[in-house]
Design a protein around this ligand. Structure first.
Ligand code: 13P
Length: 267
């Protein structure tokens, strides 16, 4: 968190959790706690599709934004079970997570579909949170850097520098997700630097790469967020388990606020 142009982000990926009533309670606890507060990070709640309208209603007029966890890249058609970008925009959703490792692992997402979704999100003015990360096997075989560089380059194919400017990237090592094994902050920072270098090389624009917020995801908890926030190239967190509990999620926001008070951003 050293670039003053990058606003930190604390995003909660609720995955397949929370009924409508539970979603309402959690969103309202977050909204009430941050009301009137200064030095907040950008807060984004990503409930299930069925929770979106409830969470949007609960967060309306507050600094808390709402994201979807996935979408199709097509606008409409005979695609049973899918949700399109215009449908999300119509609801008032601002962000969308793209290429989460659980989508890649369990639902057949590929680098190519990630690229198609990313292009569709940008076209419809949704802010994409693009996820990349290596598996344990890849890490143990020293493939981390190659995998991350390939995922980033493939995700960004055919995107102009202008289009890349608005995206967020989440580095989520697969082996750290839901396992309690957090990636060492200095190692996550090293990978974040590699992500910036890969983005910079695509358009030969280091400034562009420097402007993109990069979040860390994988077993983020109040007990380990501070170390992540200390890192030069990390700008917050994409949080799974700890985002399901108001107290824990709010502790992550408070930690980020403290950090921001020490080193304010421009925005
Ligand atoms: P956990 O925080 O539960 O490890 O999940 C991380 C994640 O996948 C966020 O998208």
């Amino acid at each position: 968190m050293t670039n003053p142009g990058r606003k930190p982000v604390i995003a909660g990926n609720w995955k397949m959790h929370k009924t409508k009533q539970e979603a309402k309670q959690l969103a309202s606890a977050v909204v009430n706690a941050v009301k009137g507060q200064s030095d907040l990070p950008q807060i984004v709640l990503c409930p299930t599709f069925t929770g979106l309208e409830t969470v949007l209603a609960e967060t309306a007029g507050s600094p808390v934004e709402v994201g979807a966890q996935n979408m199709d890249w097509r606008e409409q058609g005979a695609f049973t079970g899918e949700i399109s970008p215009p449908m999300l925009v119509d609801l008032g959703v601002k962000y969308v997570i793209i290429g989460h490792s659980e989508r890649r692992q369990f639902f057949g997402e590929t680098n190519q579909s990630v690229n198609q979704k990313l292009q569709a999100a940008i076209k419809h003015h949704l802010i994409p949170i693009v996820c990349v990360g290596e598996t344990l096997d890849e890490r143990e075989n020293n493939l981390t850097d190659a995998v991350i560089a390939r995922q980033i380059a493939a995700a960004l194919i055919d995107l102009t520098a202008e289009q890349i400017k608005g995206i967020l990237i989440a580095y989520e090592p697969v082996w750290a997700i839901g396992t309690g094994k957090v990636c060492e902050a200095t190692e996550a920072n090293r990978v974040a630097k590699l992500i910036r270098k890969t983005v910079a090389n695509l358009h030969n624009m280091p400034d562009l790469a420097d402007s993109i917020p990069i979040l860390y995801g994988g077993s983020v908890k109040p007990s380990n967020i501070e170390e992540q926030l200390e890192q030069s190239d990390l700008d917050g967190a994409l949080v799974g388990g700890a985002s399901l509990n108001a107290e824990e999620f709010l502790a992550l926001i408070t930690a980020t606020q403290k950090k921001l008070r020490l080193a304010p951003t421009k925005s």
